[in-house]
Design a binder for this molecule. Sequence first.
Ligand SMILES: CC(=O)N[C@H](C=O)[C@@H](O)[C@H](O)[C@H](O)COP(=O)(O)O
Length: 228
Amino acid sequence: MTTIERLRGGLIVSCQAYPGEPMRHSETMAQIAASAAGGGATGIRAQGIDDIRLVRERTGLQLPLIGLWKDGSDDVFITPTLRHAIAVAEAGADIVALDGTRRERPDGLSLAETIARLRDAANALVMADCGSVDDGLAAADAGADVVGTTLCGYTGERPRRHGPDLEVLAELSSRLEVPVIAEGRIHSFQDAVACCDAGAFAVCVGTAITHPASITRWFAEALSEVNR
Ligand SMILES: CC(=O)N[C@H](C=O)[C@@H](O)[C@H](O)[C@H](O)COP(=O)(O)O
């Protein structure tokens, strides 16, 4: 079965901690990834070269590994250049997740050029993290193997709603030949099921599974509402 086919209908768990947070250690992320694998994840998404390497080693990872390298926090920051993409592939990612928007990239290459040159340099598939329907259509044209709704609500093109962007997901799923992965603000079982109903090929959940500070805040805020 192909790497992408192994993701069909399953749950990808994104294991990430943010700069300055107590869990920002590759060892910790590798343990979280191994736990997610033990719980039935069908794929893992990991950020940063060290995390990708260790997740691959530690989980002995049999599961497809989606890797990315976040550099910066504004504009194009998810695996922003060809250099970042090659490094992610060399660290052991089966699928390189990169910014799949129509915005200008820091190294001046187009998305199509980035994908073509990555293919020449490494044996990796490409997931385009998109922020709108137009991004997704352009990314598929540019040669992405998979399109994700990852950046919907983060680029100014779409509102940042409470849950996932089901509208973009449904439209891309019906119009594209390539698989569309639902990602971004999937916070409940109901959200995940709604993504499948909207046509998602697979569902990727991060915060709601792997970010205890956010989960704690959700509970704490709910309690403070009722105990006000
Ligand atoms: C916008 C952006 O930077 N998204 C990042 C992409 O890798 C991660 O910070 C998210 O946690 C990931 O996409 C999963 O989404 P959620 O954590 O909402 O389940």
